[in-house]
Design a protein around this ligand. Structure first.
Ligand code: KMH
Ligand code: ZN
Length: 280
């Protein structure tokens, strides 16, 4: 089977230190969490940045600082900034990190309830707008699909030429407001995309490791991290992102799936070699 790409979503925008003290806020904490995840086996770092008080920001300057630090310590890692940001941010704010020299970013493919009263807005025109900006800047979008309608949206926009191959999907399952992460949900999603496309699975909360195991068994890729889940096992908080990545590595061993290096991850995803030197 192909090698396994592990993405680590180290911080997110919603989870706080009150939930798990290892959630990074400062520049130094964020770089350290990225480094620990990379050392444990992550080839992609999904990056949200925070202000020192923990509030989410899409500040270009903050991304620049943090990316510079990550690249120093993890020279070849794929940095994948969010363009989802936090609920309520407008689209140009969300797109700020794509103005930097990056090779990959998330692209959220539909609107959904996001727990309580929040709505994570991604209209069809928003999606086209994000896809256009990423195309112009030669950034590979990771297509975040929180339910099957989002996959349909991608396939329709691809047919109309708004999205170009390679199409790399991320099935984010288990959000309160999106699709759940039972085994049948996983199969429904992976069977809904063209065979030659790649996908990764991000299980939210209690779905993190059951979905990781399914993705490992069926040739998909895996995302874990404190953004998605704060527990190593039921009732036991993870002591950092590293432990979550290590758990995926040990699951992969059980199924004889080797872990992809960042270079191998680029090959699997059809990405070009990347010059990390310039941040801007
Ligand atoms: N923070 C969520 C509202 C992404 O990174 O692209 C959106 C999110 C998705 O985290
Ligand atoms: Zn995210």
């Amino acid at each position: 089977m192909n090698k396994l790409i592990i993405t680590c979503a180290i911080s997110g925008a919603e989870v706080t230190k009150k939930d798990n003290p290892y959630v990074p806020y400062t520049v130094e904490e964020t770089i350290e969490e990225a480094y620990q995840a990379y050392k444990a086996g992550a080839s992609i770092i999904h990056l949200h940045v925070r202000n020192d008080d923990g509030s989410p920001t899409q500040s270009k300057l903050r991304y620049q600082k943090i990316m510079k630090g990550i690249r120093k310590r993890c020279p070849d890692v794929i940095i994948q900034p969010t363009t989802g940001g936090a609920v309520g941010m407008n689209r140009d704010t969300r797109l700020k990190p794509t103005e930097l020299n990056i090779e990959m970013a998330t692209l959220d493919c539909g609107t959904l309830n996001f727990g309580g009263d929040d709505i994570f807005v991604n209209t069809e025109n928003d999606i086209k707008y994000f896809a256009e900006r990423m195309k112009e800047r030669h950034i590979l979008p990771e297509l975040e699909c929180f339910e099957k309608g989002h996959v349909d949206m991608v396939l329709r926009l691809h047919k109309k030429g708004f999205m170009i191959e390679p199409l790399h999907f991320s099935f984010v399952l288990g959000v309160n407001g999106g699709m759940t992460g039972e085994e049948r949900d996983f199969h429904f999603m992976r069977e809904s995309i063209p065979k030659h496309c790649t996908y990764s699975v991000a299980g939210i909360g209690r779905f993190e490791f059951s979905l990781a195991e399914l993705a490992i068994r069926y040739g998909g890729h895996v995302r874990v991290g404190l953004e998605d889940n704060i527990y190593l096992e039921k009732g036991l908080l993870a002591k950092g992102n590293k432990e979550l990545v290590e758990k995926v590595v040990s699951l992969a061993k059980k199924y004889n799936r080797e872990i992809a290096t960042p270079k191998e991850a680029r090959e699997i995803l059809g990405m070009k070699e990347f010059n990390h030197e310039n941040i801007i």
